[in-house]
Design a protein around this ligand. Structure first.
Ligand code: BGC
Ligand code: ZN
Length: 368
């Protein structure tokens, strides 16, 4: 079968190739699920993998099949699989367990090992192919009526984890009733985090550099949040205008400069969640004394969040469902750039690299 792959270590090596088709029996104990891939989304991680900044091939292979945001339909299940059946729409988690205690309790998303295994990213082949097989433990059912949001399930799982981690960590305060949120960045994660925080009743300000009107602003505003162009209003000016500081900041700009800037903005007892994966080696100057002083005097908290486990996928899917009911028709606007067929992988990469307004590039791999 066809698959889109890269040669890790070689920049711009994306290509199409023949790979062996997996079988249900590849997974022991009747726990296998075979999925026909319908759609695969791509993000900055895929771009960096193709730039050879990130990603490794599985042991024994010199190529890595890419794609970690998948949506498909179940074709076949092993005898011990109960939660999905042929015909169900599904997505699949990305990380696979290593050996730490967290991996053993189903929390490979917080593995304490240096090496992590992620399908389509690191040491395991991904989903940008015609079909895949995996253990039922990693297959997440998508409700029929969310079919049109397909590849958003995986980015949503990462946003859901990030917000959930912040709320979990804030139990340190005994009472925490957040009112104001800043979301730094209005890419896919920023928009999905905006939704999650709105569904929790917060007053949300979502920031990006370029002034509207544009699609990002339209989506943010339709979610009942407020879009702020930081080239028009700096985040400091915003806190002055509001007369208050945020209780939570979700940082997802992809810029470490903004990550540190967030630390200057957060209010007392507040929590900052960092989700950007910054692969370069930029340095910035920061007002370290002031940050440190206010950090301590304000009992502030910084949490890093990556990846998502099965439970976060479920949480994310629940919020997609609630989001559809609360703000009908808004979320699908994130799915900006479809590309038809695996053969058009070059166009997919081009859009990912060049189309600055693209919120989500994805491949329509097959019809049902
Ligand atoms: C993926 C995550 C992954 C992270 C780091 C992101 O693009 O969505 O699942 O953990 O990259 O590799
Ligand atoms: Zn991703």
């Amino acid at each position: 079968m066809k698959a889109v792959a890269v040669k890790p270590g070689t920049p711009n090596s994306v290509h199409i190739r023949e790979v062996p088709e997996p079988k249900l029996s590849d997974i022991p104990n009747g726990r296998g699920v075979k999925v026909k891939v319908l759609k695969v989304g791509v993000d900055a991680t895929d771009r960096e993998i193709n730039e050879a900044l990130y990603g490794n091939a599985p042991d024994g292979d010199d190529y890595l099949v890419i794609g970690h945001e998948c949506f498909g339909v179940v074709e076949e299940v092993g005898e011990h699989v109960k939660h999905v059946e042929p015909g169900d729409y599904v997505t699949c988690t990305v990380r696979r367990p290593g050996g730490s205690i967290y991996d053993n309790i189903g929390r490979s998303d917080i593995t304490s090992e240096e090496v992590y295994y992620e399908r389509g990213i690191n040491l395991l082949h991904g989903f940008m192919t015609e079909c895949f097989v995996d253990d039922a433990e990693f297959i997440v059912k998508m409700p029929l009526k969310l079919k049109h949001l397909h590849v958003l399930a995986e980015p949503m799982s990462c946003a859901a984890k990030a917000v959930q981690q912040a709320y979990d960590a804030q139990r340190r305060l005994q009472v925490w009733e957040p009112k104001v949120a800043f979301v730094m960045g209005a890419g896919q994660i920023g928009l999905l985090a905006t939704l999650i925080l709105r569904l929790r009743g917060l007053e949300v300000y979502t920031m990006a550099r370029s002034p509207g009107p544009h699609l990002k602003q339209e989506i943010v505003d339709s979610l009942g949040a407020k879009f702020i162009s930081t080239s028009e209003t700096t985040p400091e000016e915003l806190t002055e205008q509001l007369g208050k500081r945020p209780d939570i900041i979700v940082e997802c700009t992809g810029s470490s400069k903004m990550a540190f800037k967030s630390m200057e903005l957060i209010g007392h007892n507040g929590v900052v969640v960092w989700t950007s994966i910054t692969g370069s080696d930029n340095t910035v100057e920061i007002p370290a004394d002031a940050i440190n002083l206010h950090w301590v005097l304000g009992n502030k908290l910084l949490v890093g969040s990556v990846n998502a486990n099965f439970r976060h996928f479920e949480l994310g899917i629940q919020d997609l469902a609630l989001g559809e009911l609360s703000y009908p028709g808004v979320l699908e606007k994130i799915l900006t750039n479809p590309v038809d067929g695996l053969d058009n992988y070059q166009e997919m990469m081009r859009l990912l690299v060049e189309e600055k307004d693209a919120l989500k590039v994805f491949i329509n791999v097959a019809d049902e």
